[in-house]
Design a protein around this ligand. Structure first.
Ligand code: TRP
Length: 326
């Protein structure tokens, strides 16, 4: 039987942090077992918010190394850059005729971005961000899209576009569905709700154990727990959240120690850093292999792009046929 298809994508922003891992990548790796996955590097999407993309080649390779380090298997699942497959732009153009600008202006993810980045003028291509994303998904007939909540509105627009195309020109696309990541958000080390590169509150997947320890040492904890002996509140502590994700076997013990006051923050952080470093150890090893063999990264992309292109071309042939474009 044909495996159901999963299309997952990320913009290439360089080295990934634990928030990316917990919110997306870990889930992608698990999905490989059951689905046919396509892993898209959304390089064109970067242009919606910045025109200086002089670092994009390096950022792409750094991100790819983290994907491979975490266990993405490029033989099972093609890994490819959007910009290397012309069919993305073709389908993007066609889909852009099937949605109103009012619909795109209502997109809550866009509104949030305009507010957070204080954009004054919205670029036409940025308004079309979800249309390009729909092309990414529909070209591979993606049925599931693993995303965090902020991306769910984009998957909804993809569904609407699939439906509209099918009704107008004939049945070509399955309607994709969002597969929401359960434990989507990891707090930043400064106590903000989200770990994010722009906030500078991250632990990188590629950080060395000493780095992890140094960053963790500065992490914000429960302000009521001033010294060892004071009882703490693990449920409001970001270090505890990291324990629940990376230190499952000790988590009960940590909660008890924090609440009773027996465990101080210094010790707790040390144990947390160790657990994270241990979790990441096999990743670091795989990553360093690719640091030494950059030519293999190029081969992985080239191979993934060939396979993705074959799929994309087959879909576009159906699209043209349905539309009578010959
Ligand atoms: N918009 C997604 C993000 O910022 C990245 C992306 C681009 C994507 N194309 C995609 C995700 C297709 C899923 C499917 O996270």
């Amino acid at each position: 039987m044909r495996r159901k298809r999963v299309l997952s994508g990320m913009r290439p922003t360089g080295k990934l942090h634990l928030g990316h891992y917990v919110g997306a990548l870990e889930n992608w790796v698990a999905l490989q077992e059951e689905y046919q996955n396509f892993h898209l590097i959304a390089d064109y999407h970067v242009l919606t918010t910045q025109l200086d993309i002089s670092d994009i080649a390096e950022d792409t390779l750094e991100m790819l190394k983290d994907w491979l380090a975490a266990g993405i298997d490029p033989q099972r699942s093609p890994v490819f850059r959007q910009s290397q497959i012309k069919e993305h732009t073709e389908l993007f153009l066609i889909l852009s005729m099937l949605v109103t600008s009012a619909r795109l202006e209502r997109n809550p993810t866009l509104k949030e971005q305009v507010r957070d980045l204080k954009m004054e003028n919205l670029i036409y291509g940025h308004l079309g961000y979800p249309v390009l994303q729909a092309a990414d998904i529909l070209l591979y007939k993606g049925e599931f899209v693993p995303v965090g909540e902020d991306q769910a509105p984009h998957v909804e627009i993809s569904r609407e576009l699939a439906r509209k195309f099918n009704r107008t020109f004939g049945e070509v696309f399955p309607e994709p569905r969002a597969k929401l990541t359960k434990f989507a958000r990891l707090p930043g080390l400064d106590g903000q709700t989200k770990m994010s590169s722009s906030l500078g509150n991250t632990i990188l997947m590629s950080d060395e154990p000493e780095n992890i320890q140094a960053k963790m040492r500065k992490a914000v904890t429960d302000p009521q727990k001033v010294r060892k002996g004071d009882p703490g509140r693990p449920d409001i502590c970001l270090v505890f959240t990291h324990h629940t994700r990376f230190n499952k076997t000790q988590v009960k013990d940590i909660r008890g120690g924090c609440e009773s006051g027996g465990l101080g923050c210094v010790d707790c952080k040390l144990r947390c850093s160790e657990a994270i470093a241990e979790h990441l150890a096999p990743f670091r090893e795989r990553r360093s292999y690719y640091d030494d063999h950059p030519e293999e990264l190029i081969d992985i992309l080239r191979d993934g792009e060939n396979r993705a292109r074959t799929e994309a071309q087959a879909t576009m042939a159906e699209v043209r046929e349905a539309m009578g474009l010959g």
